[in-house]
Design a protein. Sequence first.
Length: 67
Amino acid sequence: MLQEKAGEIAGKIWQALNENGEMASKDLKKVTKVKSEKELFLGLGWLLREDKVQTVEAEKDILVSLK
């Protein structure tokens, strides 16, 4: 069940990045309407493992973009 949820969240994240370009994780959380940072990072982990996104640490956030 957790794999399904991770896959769904990863799809939402990918779609948001595809439509908006690079986004900060806090903005990505709002756009995808995930409930918590834990869920956001679950989806991001999925996409990172599949080498679909890249991340850069900003001052107090993480910037995420598609590869």
